[in-house]
Design a binder for this molecule. Structure first.
Ligand code: ADP
Ligand code: MG
Length: 411
């Protein structure tokens, strides 16, 4: 009994050390060969647990070799999992060749099981991962129990149960440590990105601000020139075109500044119907160039509270993305109507669509699948709509198309 407890504690610590090892390696700032070192650690764990199996009074022995295989498979790569099983079988043939066929069959089944849950495992939450671990353990324990009863050692089931619970707890704690490490790394990464983004946008805003002053001077002189009497028709035309272009540049800079420095203050009543129609008309020439068509059904007099510049920016971003998602051409449908207390604006395209992973990343800074994309459009749009107390819903199917639905409080 004491031997058994000792063995259990030993195995528990060996397995836990894998989790801590992962945390230690991945948190290092310096570039060390973390993957290689971790692989070596997994291999060492496998050797240790096989060399020092837990023995019962009844004579049967168990070890925890499944756990290193589990961790190698799900946290390194499928190939590493396979390789580790190959090493495991090699070792088994050294320590007890008579058990090799059974082990080989067991681990083939386990690998098939792992492959079939791999996709689910990778996209799920920590709790569900632990539940999947429990599922694997429950399966294995029941087959072990069946084997025990078969070999006439059924009375030892209590040992098996304790052993399984302990190893399951060890596995769960290791999964938890590894997942927490990954989460922490991801958060650090995002924080870093957010900092970089705010630095860049502040810089850009100050540059845009600086450009405004000389432009005002140029505009002033051009206006003086326009007042000259002895100009010919051509000169007059050039000057008025220059003034128009200057105004256009000014609007672009203003738009940009409102993006870089969102002015949360202005919440005026905006006629969304007019604004949307105007924006769709504005985007029409762009959509024709891309061989796509914009079809609209916009109800009249839909009003919301917000900043017209910002709302237009959201519409432009979504329209542009929709048009860009249809490289082979197609139609985009824009519908706006009242839905209870909300103004509902829907943009449906027939483009390439997005899978779950892409949907999850949508709206994160710099997430773009386009060669010349900035990956900022959706982030800014989410931000603007959120500040207006609205919501953006996305429904997408790969190869079929995407629907963006914006809900804004009517007012
Ligand atoms: P950008 O357009 O510069 O890439 P966005 O923030 O506007 O940045 O969009 C981020 C990414 O989201 C795009 O690169 C694209 O992969 C995806 N996306 C956005 N809208 C659509 C859409 N309507 N159809 C398919 N993918 C889209
Ligand atoms: Mg875009």
């Amino acid at each position: 009994m004491i031997e058994f407890t000792k063995d259990l504690i030993l195995h528990f610590s060996i397995i836990l050390s894998l989790g801590f090892m992962y945390n230690f390696l991945w948190m290092q700032k310096r570039s060390i060969y973390k993957k290689q070192v971790f692989k070596a650690a997994i291999l060492a764990t496998l050797l240790l647990t096989m060399a020092l199996p837990v023995r019962f009074d009844g004579g049967i022995q168990f070890d925890l070799k499944l756990i290193p295989v589990f961790i190698a498979f799900f946290y390194l790569s499928r190939t590493d999992g396979f390789l580790l099983v190959a090493v495991l079988l090699l070792l088994q043939s050294l320590v007890g060749i008579e058990r090799l066929p059974v082990t080989a069959v067991n681990y083939t089944v386990i690998l098939i099981l792992f492959i079939s849950i791999e996709r689910i495992y990778k996209d799920t939450t920590i709790n569900k991962k632990i539940a999947l671990g429990l599922f694997v353990y429950a399966l294995i324990t029941s087959t072990r129990l069946a084997a025990m009863i078969n070999s006439g050692n059924g009375q030892d089931y209590l040992y098996l149960l304790v052993f399984s619970v302990v190893s399951f707890v060890a596995l769960s704690v290791s999964i938890y440590i590894i997942e927490m490490t990954n989460l922490q790394l991801k958060m650090m990464h995002e924080l870093h990105k957010a900092e970089k983004f705010s630095a860049i946008s502040q810089l850009a805003a100050s540059v845009a601000h600086e450009i405004r002053n000389p432009m005002t001077t140029i505009r002033g002189f051009m206006q003086v020139l326009q007042g000259e009497r002895n100009l010919n028709d051509n000169q007059n035309m050039f000057i008025s075109i220059s003034l128009q272009e200057l105004d256009r540049t000014q609007t672009i800079i203003d738009n940009f500044l409102s993006l870089a420095k969102p002015n949360t203050g202005s919440m005026a009543k905006v006629n969304l119907s007019g604004l949307l129609k105007e924006t769709v008309d504005f985007m029409r020439s762009y959509s024709h160039l891309a061989n796509t068509e914009l079809v609209e059904g916009i109800d009249k007099n839909l009003c919301v509270k917000g900043d017209a510049h910002e709302i237009r920016q959201v519409f432009i971003n979504i329209l542009k993305n929709g048009i860009e998602s249809m490289p082979g051409g197609g139609s985009m449908y824009i519908i706006a109507k009242l839905d209870r207390d909300y103004v509902k604006v829907q943009f449906r395209d027939e483009g390439v669509g997005m899978n779950q992973e892409q949907l999850d990343r949508l709206g994160h800074p710099y997430y773009s699948t386009k060669e010349k994309g900035t990956g900022l459009g959706m982030m800014i749009s989410y931000d603007i709509i959120q500040r207006m107390r609205g919501r953006i819903l996305v429904d997408s199917e790969e190869g079929k198309g995407t629907t963006f639905t914006i809900l804004l409080p009517f007012g």
